[in-house]
Design a binder for this molecule. Sequence first.
Ligand SMILES: C[S@@+](CC[C@H](N)C(=O)[O-])C[C@H]1O[C@@H](n2cnc3c(N)ncnc32)[C@H](O)[C@@H]1O
Length: 231
Amino acid sequence: MTRPVSRYESLASWYDQVMTDPDDRSSLATIAYALVARLLGPGDGLVLDVGTGTGLSASTLRRAGYRPVGLDLAIDQLRIAAGRLPVAQADAARLPLADDTVAAAYSTFVASDLDDFPGTVAEVFRVLRPGGRYVAVCLHPCFDGNYAQRQPDGTIVQHPGYRETGYAGPGHFSSSIRGKVGAWHRPLAAQLNIYLAVGFRLAEVAEDGTDPLPNQLALLLTKPAELEPAS
Ligand SMILES: C[S@@+](CC[C@H](N)C(=O)[O-])C[C@H]1O[C@@H](n2cnc3c(N)ncnc32)[C@H](O)[C@@H]1O
């Protein structure tokens, strides 16, 4: 089993500042956390934040009634997150949780960072209770990322390569975060098929962002209450 690379060590203070700066990524973050709360709907129990980063979403989920608990690979991110919610270090592709135990989970902006995205999706599915819900918010693979270059006037230049799944290193990007950690790209169909292949049902899809062309894609996925017998 390959070990995931923890690319956010030593970046956490800077990352937290960028994600809360109104002149930088704070609107991106605020929109994503609102999408999670809207798609999950009001709740009252534990919700698992897979790839919590510095735990910035915790207050939004608490306002929606949940008790968020965060997992992340990067100790440096968790150092800050621990002031915002209960946390534990874990690889998302090897969750330290029993099968069928979690009612609700979410992730924001981790699809670009996960070295084992299919493994993570399978793990989230495994730990969810039948009937459990998972909201995944990611940078929109069609309008933001390795092959879609947003211009200052809001237009997007599409480069060849969209159909390929792969990781591009920091040198590929001019944006501040991706310019430090790089990013994975998966075409939309590939992403959706990974969720469907493990048994998730797609219950709702949303696209959002401050620009006319959406830079965020949000999925509400459910684990069927009654698992169908294998044929
Ligand atoms: C772009 S940050 C998003 C953090 C947070 N969800 C937010 O909204 O600010 C991506 C996070 O995914 C974490 N991550 C990357 N690979 C991981 C893995 N295999 N298991 C758990 N977390 C991982 C990184 O350490 C980082 O904190």
